[in-house]
Design a protein around this ligand. Structure first.
Ligand code: UD1
Length: 356
């Protein structure tokens, strides 16, 4: 059996790591295609190296561009790759432009497509990720859902027959890395002279928060006004947008620095007093690490984190301050994101479904 995984952006490399490991363990041939959507070493190479994935087999080198230009360049390049490999499955991950491009290319070539992290919905049709995930789900043959809520969304859209609940593969890798970094101090503590629990960790990169100058100014002011230092791990997108809007990312309590490698990120989140983010992955990672999260968005796909009290949505500077200083959430035994063995289930499901 042969699987071609198509990835391109930072969170997809994290999801790829446990899948690659599980594929090799099951004796499955696994070809990795990197679209090149993310190309900075700290957004790309560092994940392949640190998470033991090795180098991608194919690199399309597509790079940045408008949605149409970037997605179109991927589509144009993928036909030849799929034609050469003719896999049993094309596996696509999450909700980026790389996801929708690979799903569309494969479906048109009559190659079965499986969507990992299927069924997430924000119901916000302004988000590029929402277009990408809805289109990918409807194009795919097998929908690998991370949560029961995702399964329910797919059923509502008439896709129940193609859906399987496998759990969340980011949980697999997070549990492993959490155990590796346990007891090792975060690089941030030394670098910024901070103690454990003396800072908040922030990431802001989504188009909804970065592209409108008034919105980015409000978010930066909210973070700058917090009661402890806020370390912003600044994605190139927020750096570029802040520069073009004339907004300082180091002001008041706010200190911007480059993104961290995955293990350093987990260590930094673990030692923080709380996480403030618009990243989907980090909301869930904070929950799984037992760190309170504040999400700078009007909605989230990971509704379980909100229902269990570990995540609060905040949009204005006042809402951010109130959410960050709220009382510590109650401990919970709930495990809505699975048991840390989702990737093995994904590979077994692909083997089973290929035989149908
Ligand atoms: C993409 C995904 C988003 C995901 C995020 C994870 C889409 C539509 N968005 O957003 O869902 O949460 O990845 O990080 O697919 N840039 C660099 N270096 C890089 C990559 C990007 O400088 O290696 C800059 C460029 O200015 C580029 C901008 O960031 O134009 C945006 O990059 P892009 O890949 O379009 O989207 P992200 O914001 O990274």
């Amino acid at each position: 059996m042969k699987i071609v995984s198509v990835v391109g952006a930072r969170p997809q490399f994290v999801k790829l790591a446990p899948i690659h490991k599980a594929a090799l363990a099951a004796g499955v041939e696994h070809v990795i295609v990197h679209t090149g959507q993310h190309y900075d070493p700290m957004l790309s190479d560092v994940f392949f190296e640190d998470l033991g994935i090795g180098a991608p087999d194919v690199h399309l080198g597509v790079g940045s561009g408008s949605h149409g230009v970037q997605t179109g360049a991927m589509l144009a390049a993928l036909d030849a790759v799929f034609d050469e490999h003719r896999p049993d499955w094309v596996l696509v991950y999450g909700d980026t432009n790389s996801t929708v491009a690979a799903a569309l290319s494969a479906v048109k070539m009559h190659i079965p497509v499986a969507h990992l992290e299927a069924g997430l919905r924000s119901f916000n049709r302004r988000m590029p990720e929402e277009h990408n995930r809805v289109m990918t789900d409807h194009a795919s043959d097998l929908l690998l859902a991370p949560t029961q809520v995702a399964v329910d969304h797919l059923a509502t859209e008439g896709l129940a027959a193609r859906t399987v609940l496998v759990g969340d593969v980011m949980t697999d890798v997070l549990f492993e890395v959490r155990d590796q970094v346990a007891g090792a101090p975060s690089v941030l503590l030394g670098e910024l002279g901070l103690g454990s629990g003396e800072y908040y960790l922030a990431t802001i990169h989504r188009a909804e928060n970065t592209d409108d100058p008034a919105r980015l100014r409000e978010v930066a002011a909210g973070l700058a006004g917090l009661d402890k230092p806020v370390v912003l791990l600044a994605h190139p997108r927020v750096v570029a947008k802040a520069a073009s809007h004339g907004i300082e990312l180091t002001q008041g309590s706010l200190v911007a620095r480059a993104p961290l490698a995955y293990a350093d990120l987990i260590a930094a989140a673990l030692s923080s007093a709380g996480v403030v983010t618009d990243s989907g992955g980090l909301q869930k990672e904070a929950f799984l690490l037992g760190v309170p999260c504040t999400t700078v968005r009007t909605e989230t796909e990971w509704v379980e984190t909100i229902q269990l009290g570990w995540n609060v949505l905040a949009n204005s500077a006042e809402e951010i301050a109130a959410a960050v200083t709220r009382p510590h959430p109650n401990e919970t035994d709930a495990a809505p994101y699975g048991d840390g063995h989702a990737a093995e289930r994904v590979i077994q499901e692909l083997i089973r479904a290929a035989g149908d």
